[in-house]
Design a protein around this ligand. Sequence first.
Ligand SMILES: [Fe+2]
Ligand SMILES: [Fe+2]
Length: 169
Amino acid sequence: MSSTNQEDFGRTPMQGQTINNLLQWGDHLSVGHPEIDAQHKEIYEFGAEIYESWRDGVRVGQLRIATDRLLGLLRAHFLYEERLLAGIGYGDLKQHVAEHRSMLKELQGMREHFDTLSDDDDSPGGSVLSPNWSVMQFILGFSLGHVMTSDMNYRQSLVAGGKAPKPTA
Ligand SMILES: [Fe+2]
Ligand SMILES: [Fe+2]
């Protein structure tokens, strides 16, 4: 149950729409590899659910469950991606793996912090002070900082390595 709502924080529907757009998976984010694209899409869709839970408010118990699911999705995705990139001898693999490890460590740290809170504690809706905001920032960083930059950087290498078709446009 939400203890606050978006009007309390003076947010406009347009602000909400902008965040939603940032978490909208589309062809512009395709790396040309169907399985990687499907995994990214699933993480983006879950990111949109995290946005809704931050906007509407959530109990810490639910936040823990969501963080565990996100950790599971990311661990599986990173492992798959790293194996694929290793298979084509990707030159920037070491740096890429370091980014993955850093993100997992950051999210794991949040998860450990949530363990210090009570299940029934509120993560108030739409507040940058709520525990859920750290997960929101993380998912935006994953979307904007990793997929749109670091992951898009290996697109050409997948084509060269025969793992993705040449872009038509
Ligand atoms: Fe990656
Ligand atoms: Fe990725």
